[in-house]
Design a protein around this ligand. Structure first.
Ligand code: AMP
Length: 450
């Protein structure tokens, strides 16, 4: 099957030609007619399978030219990084189409975004919080939305966006097409579908838990953090082979710790992203990695999910994730768009159980490699690895260091200001010495009539 078999139009064919895309990926081939039919759709596909194009192609194909200000397509994604990425994908495919696309997300000046919205848009790509704020401010009118796409729903629900999603559903027109993509089916996702989707068509490419076949997986048993660092150093010395390496760790502190080590070992080759880093820092890190300026990127699970970075030569699981789904997401960063991928898993003694669980999910065992001879086996332990003698069992204490807390929505200083009401109102108040509100206006009008 080629794109010629899909009922596209010349502008789209030209854009695809420019990008060198010839064959639709399986999710694209399956989704096209279903999404185009206007029915509600639930797609289960891992990132890297080409799912952005799977929903955007039929949408762009059917989006008529319009001068109306209110957007007609709304794409919700969980992170700001994804907003940037999806907007850039849409722009590539829209190269020969006269449409207006805008990405909006929190942590940046809302007034600039309001101005952009007010200019009139066709497609809005947004994180839920900022989208809701814009809608409540009435600058963004959602009454013309015909298609709602929610991408990476599982991540979105993981991050606690359910409430915000429901708020948004409330203000959207009832007659609309719902299109949803998720990498995994979870109970939360299922509940959301049952509550809000009308008899959706399900398209499932890789059943959750099925690794992409073009990813070679191997693993090492490694006793502790420092030995893992030694093994990593050994592997990464082969710069031709390990040309673009994404290294996953479970939580922020570990990300920083590993980043510091790698900076020592491979100066100016490493960058890091996690949710305590500022938006600009994260975008810069991703850019440096994507452009090949930096060869190594250390990332936590939540930050890296959904990221589309081409040609990742290796995904290294510096630890073994507790949730097998996270492993699936991690390894999905390599072997994208049907290219060969390679992933390596490090497991300590403590992590063997988690490793068994993920092998069970995949129904395969990962090939085990012997530690290379010249690796120093360290006996030094990091804080988390030392026996916790003092620690008593305390069911109330939660180990939620990496829970996506407020830092995820971290605001710039200038946005932390208290909301004093619209600046217009304050300016007028300064000028006229008393607040001039609609209330006053009516009062004055009434008084005038008398
Ligand atoms: P996604 O799963 O949407 O994040 O897409 C993964 C990557 O594959 C993106 O960089 C796309 O530009 C690329 N891609 C999507 N569809 C195709 C295709 N049919 N042929 C080649 N590359 C594609």
């Amino acid at each position: 099957m080629t794109f010629q078999d899909l009922n596209l139009n010349t502008p789209l064919y030209n854009a695809l030609d420019d990008l060198g895309f010839v064959t639709p990926t399986p999710i694209q081939a399956e989704s096209f007619s279903v999404v185009a039919s206007g029915k509600d759709v639930v797609g289960i596909a891992q990132t890297g399978t080409g799912k952005t194009l799977a929903y955007m192609l039929p949408i762009l194909r059917n989006l008529k030219y319009s001068r109306q200000d209110n957007p007609r397509v709304l794409v919700l994604v969980p992170t700001r990084e994804l907003v940037v990425q999806v907007v850039s994908e849409i722009e590539k495919f829209s190269k020969y189409i006269n449409n207006r696309v805008l990405g909006v997300y929190g942590g940046t000046n809302i007034n600039t975004q309001k101005q952009a919205v007010a200019q009139g848009q066709d497609i809005i790509v947004a994180t839920p919080g900022r989208l809701y704020d814009l809608a409540v401010s009435r600058v963004l009118q959602l009454k013309s939305i015909q298609k709602l796409v929610i991408d990476e729903v599982d991540v979105m629900l993981d991050l606690g966006f359910r409430h915000q999603l429901l708020n948004i559903f409330d203000i959207l027109p009832e007659r609309r097409q719902n299109i949803m993509f998720s990498a995994t089916m979870t109970k939360d996702v299922d509940d959301l579908i049952t509550d809000f989707f009308i008899n959706p068509s399900k398209i499932s490419i890789a059943v959750s838990g099925t690794p992409l076949e073009n990813i070679k997986q191997v693993r090492y048993d490694v006793p502790n953090f420092y030995t893992k660092v030694n093994l990593l150093e050994h592997l990464l010395q082969d710069k031709d082979e390990f040309s673009r390496v994404l290294i996953f760790v479970a939580y922020k502190r570990m990300a920083d710790r590993l980043f510091d080590k790698l900076e020592e070992l491979f100066p100016n080759e490493t960058c890091v992203i996690h949710s305590n880093k500022t938006q600009n820092y994260r975008l810069r890190s991703i850019e440096q990695f994507r452009e090949g300026e930096n060869r190594l990127l250390v990332a936590t699970d939540v930050m890296a999910r959904g990221l589309d970075i081409d040609d990742v030569s290796h995904v290294i699981n510096f630890d073994t994730p507790d949730y097998p789904e996270n492993y699936m997401h991690r390894i999905g960063r390599t072997g994208r768009a049907e290219k060969e991928g390679y992933t390596i898993l490090f497991s300590t003694e403590k992590e063997q159980e988690a490793r068994e669980r993920l092998e069970e999910l995949m129904q395969m065992s990962i090939e085990t490699l012997e530690l290379p001879q010249d690796i120093d086996i360290s006996t030094e332990l990091i804080e988390e690895e030392r026996p916790q003698l003092q620690e008593r069992y305390n069911p109330i204490k939660r180990r939620d260091e990496d829970a996506p807390g407020p830092a995820f929505h971290e605001k710039k200083d200038k946005n932390k200001k208290e909301n004093l009401g619209g600046s217009y109102r304050r300016e007028i108040a300064k000028k006229y010495k008393k607040p001039k509100t609609r209330g006053d206006k009516n009062y004055n009008r009434r008084n005038k009539k008398k």
